[in-house]
Write a protein of this length. Structure first.
Length: 349
């Protein structure tokens, strides 16, 4: 187990941007019989999702979130030392998207820029990476942009994934300060094939065959450039590891679950989130849900949920646990403090 402690860091601000276009899952009657569709929506908990148009990328949503955050907080852009773009739906295979965003945002040419690629655990991993830079002597501000447009890689006929994924972009501003960050990070690469896009990479380069739509062994439909998920394997893996990782975090930090005002889980499935809370003996009233409005936006779900559900949070205890889990297989949990965090109002693009 990797246990990370990073001292003297603060999350100064968080913003999020979602597409204006709303797709209601009740409209997917061509994929599911009416009774099955209703039961699926109730179980998964996703009523509607935000979906980009064909010309909009994750970077566009992140750009708008970053513009809002930097302008609202009156941040001198020359003071951003590091820019990290976390996504699995980047603009291009080459170049990385972070340099493009550096230029669009008008940041200094001295800004260190790079991409991170990880799925639903990605925000916790990327946050750990971003905060680590703040322990270097010449780094004072880091901007983490996390966004996904999974709607571009999901087959609309795929009953496993079609009603799950939405699109979003987020921005998180990090600075040196009086605060600590603690995280547990895990990986099990043996399960890499449980969630994947099999084609288009160096292992299986693009060809005409990549575009052939086919029915997979589990009955789902898609081509080699579209996401595949073994729902049963992922479901079982998640129920097994997520509560355990949070208990490990509590043990390592010498804290109790009651010490935290909220737990923000990756927004994959309502049933799973309720199971986690029950397993941890934690009150669901302190577990925010945003998936009903936005769906599963992969690594962006945690900051999106903080913006959409905790912006007007009146709790005196702003210490929270965040938990991400998914493809890799990878999972992570961290403790953060939002007491001095500026949370922007959710914006649309």
């Amino acid at each position: 187990m990797a246990f990370i402690q990073i001292p003297n860091v603060l999350i100064k601000g968080i913003s999020a941007c979602v597409p204006k276009n709303i797709v209601k899952n009740e409209s997917l009657g061509d994929l599911f019989p009416e009774d099955e569709l209703k039961k699926t929506i109730e179980s998964v908990g996703i009523v509607e999702r935000r979906i980009v148009d064909k010309d909009t990328c994750a970077s566009d949503l992140c750009y708008n979130a970053a513009e809002q955050l930097l302008n609202e907080m009156d941040i001198d852009r020359s003071t951003i030392d590091v820019l990290i773009f976390m996504s699995q739906t980047s603009d291009f295979r080459i170049p990385a998207t972070a340099p493009i965003l550096q230029h669009r945002l008008g940041l200094s040419k001295d800004t260190l820029c790079f991409d991170v690629s990880l799925a639903c655990s990605g925000y916790v991993y990327a946050l750990t990476t971003a905060l680590s830079y703040l322990n270097l002597p010449n780094v004072n501000r880091v901007l983490l942009l996390d966004g996904e447009t999974f709607s571009k890689i999901v087959n609309p006929k795929d009953k496993t994934n079609a009603l799950l994924y939405g699109d979003a972009g987020t921005a998180t501003l990090l600075e040196k300060g009086e605060g600590d960050f603690n995280a547990v990070l895990h990986t099990d690469g043996e399960g890499w094939s449980a969630v994947c896009v099999p084609g288009g990479g160096s292992r299986k380069p693009f060809s005409e065959e990549s575009l052939l739509e086919k029915e997979r062994e589990d009955g789902s439909i898609g081509n080699d450039l579209e996401v595949y998920m073994n729902g049963i394997d992922v479901f079982n893996f998640t129920l097994r590891v997520v509560p355990k990782s949070i208990k490990e975090l509590l043990e390592k930090t010498g804290t109790n679950i009651a010490d935290y005002g909220s737990i923000v889980f990756h927004q994959a499935n309502k049933f799973m989130i309720e199971f986690f809370a029950k397993k941890l003996k934690y009150d669901m009233k302190n577990v925010p849900i945003s998936l009903d409005k936005f769906g599963n936006t992969s690594s962006a779900t945690i900051p999106l949920t903080i913006v959409s559900e905790l912006r007007n949070w009146n709790s005196e205890n702003k210490k929270i646990i965040i938990s991400g889990f998914g493809a890799g297989l990878s999972w992570a949990a961290a403790s953060i403090d939002l007491s001095n965090t500026h949370i922007c109002e959710l914006t649309e693009y």
